[in-house]
Write a protein that binds this ligand. Structure first.
Ligand code: NAD
Length: 497
């Protein structure tokens, strides 16, 4: 069975630990690979190497770092089919969706190609007589990324292209459920000319994560995953004096106003609720039907959810692939059981789906609940599967209130033809990423990605200028070159004259 190792100092290395994790092909349910899980000493060793690499990498002119990014971009494009297949083989999502997620990661690399411009500081001449002042942004040192299973290429690529382009060196601890893509990206970075030790992949579980949190040479931690772990990462990074951004889980709402283009809203919901089998932090898992639109909305949604084509990710006809693991499949099914017990009306039940030839795959069909209310656990908790809940409310204000009261605040959308409703929604809603007639409002690489409330712990989002700020520290220099006259000691607070 193939064993996935670490990638450190420019090469594949086994490390010292013999602990291994299982990697499945969700389409068949077969375990096809194993992954080595690092010990604390494996992680510490990788950090030592990254620390050494920082000395030279951080001094390289930003233009040279950008050139590595340009080459890396080319290599991703050239190898995109292979990378996409790796995602499908271990995550399960359908090929075109996996390719789209790789493209969203590629866009961050393209953004990082502009690093010489992005790192330009500010300069003020003559802030006092013959005194100039300027600010610069310098890299932090060794930084780490800990990533979830659901975007094995895109989420790591939210982090490392910018971190590296800023002059840092990087330790990536990918999800142990689908680690192969990260290793391949590391090989491509090397091929692009990145010096050894600048980008390292250390596979592992909690032990590796805890080693990251306690290693004194790691200056910043970027995390994406579930909310309880995000909180743990946030607290422990701060305790160990590290800069931290920790993105957590979500429960996203799509508000369907009575005046909207209903076909547009239904199609938007289908893709946003069931795409990637609902395993997206920006999945729209709650449709909020306002006024009298509810009956027509559920009628159209039911028809489409029943017709959803579920199958292996490599099958061109599949619209939705399997879930990532058997445990996760069981968890999602148990939420559907719970919804029925809680009194929601299950209109489409995907629990008993069986695919001929793929009987052991981790499949579930699309599920649709109507008459879900805000006190139900299926409304409050993140299910992370293809389960769409319809909540009916009377007014726009009621829709906005339930969204603002929810503990998560990652993404949200509204479908309406009313400009006033759209504008008020964008202005008042307590959520970090907002769509107006757009189902999944994921910001582009040159803007920043991040939710509010318990969907993000820390101060900065991913990529865009937030990424540049997160991976650099600000230095402000005040300078005078005296010509002739030397000043005497001054014992009062200096003010500029
Ligand atoms: P997860 O929290 O289980 O795992 C994320 C990472 O944390 C993995 O690398 C894992 O190895 C590590 N980890 C898991 N348990 C740990 C523990 N007890 N101690 C230390 N580290 C631990 O998340 P997941 O199941 O891989 O991913 C799905 C979750 O990620 C969902 O909640 C989803 O909403 C969230 N997510 C959020 C965003 C966002 O941008 N907000 C994006 C993608 C995914």
């Amino acid at each position: 069975m193939k064993l996935i190792e670490h990638f450190v100092d420019g090469k594949i290395i086994p490390g010292t630990s013999n602990k291994r994790g299982k990697v499945f092909n969700p389409a068949t349910g077969e375990q096809e690979k194993e992954v080595r899980l690092a010990s604390k000493s494996d992680l510490d060793q990788a950090v030592m190497i990254a620390k050494k690499a920082f000395n030279e990498w951080s001094l390289k002119p930003s233009l040279q770092r950008a050139r590595v990014m340009f080459k890396f971009k080319e290599l991703i494009e050239k190898n995109s089919n292979e990378l996409t297949q790796l995602i499908v083989a271990e995550h399960g999502k359908v090929f075109e969706d996996a390719k789209g997620s790789l493209t969203r990661g590629l866009e961050v690399v393209e953004f990082a190609c502009g690093i010489p411009h992005l790192l330009k500081g500010e300069f003020s001449e003559n802030v006092g007589t013959s005194v100039d002042s300027w600010s610069i942004r310098q890299p932090l040192g060794v930084v780490a990324g800990i990533t979830p299973f659901n975007f094995p290429a895109m989420v790591p690529m939210w982090m490392f292209p910018i971190a590296i382009a800023c002059g840092n060196t990087f330790i990536l601890k990918p999800s142990e459920k689908d680690p192969s893509c990260s290793i391949r990206l590391a090989e491509l970075l090397k091929e692009a000319g990145l010096p050894d030790g600048v980008f390292n992949v250390v596979n592992g579980d909690k032990e590796a994560v805890d080693a990251i949190l306690t290693n004194k040479d790691i200056k910043a931690v970027s995390f994406v995953g579930s909310t309880p772990i995000a909180k743990y990462i946030y607290e422990n990074s701060a305790k160990n004096e590290k800069r931290v951004q920790a993105l957590g889980g979500a429960k996203n709402h799509l508000v369907v106003m009575p005046d909207c283009d209903l076909d547009g809203a239904v199609n938007g919901l289908m893709g946003a609720a069931y795409g990637s089998a609902g395993e997206r932090c920006m999945a729209q898992s709650v449709a909020v039907a306002v006024g009298d639109i509810g009956d027509e909305l559920v009628k159209r949604l039911s028809k489409k959810a029943e017709a959803l084509k579920v199958g292996p990710g490599m099958d061109k006809n599949s619209e939705m692939g399997p879930l990532v693991t058997k445990e996760h499949l069981e968890k999602v099914k148990s939420y559907v059981d719970l919804g029925v017990k809680e009194g929601a009306k299950l209109l489409v039940d995907g629990r008993n789906l069986k695919l001929q030839g793929y009987e052991n795959g981790f499949y579930i069909g699309g599920c649709l609940f109507d008459h879900v209310n805000k006190d139900m656990r299926i409304y409050k908790e993140e299910i992370f599967g293809p389960v769409l809940s319809v909540v009916r409310v009377k007014t726009f204000e009621e829709a906005a209130k339930i969204i603002n009261d929810h503990e998560y605040g990652n993404g949200v959308s509204i479908y309406t033809r009313d400009g006033d409703a759209g504008r008020t929604f964008a202005n008042k809603i307590q959520v970090g990423m907002v769509g107006i007639n757009v189902p999944i409002p994921v910001p582009m690489a040159f803007h920043s990605f991040g939710g509010w409330k318990r969907s993000l712990f820390g101060d900065s989002g991913m990529h865009g200028m937030e990424g540049i700020k997160f991976y650099t520290k600000l230095k402000t220099v005040t300078s005078r070159w005296p010509s002739g006259v030397r000043s005497n000691a001054e014992f009062v607070m200096p003010t500029m004259k």
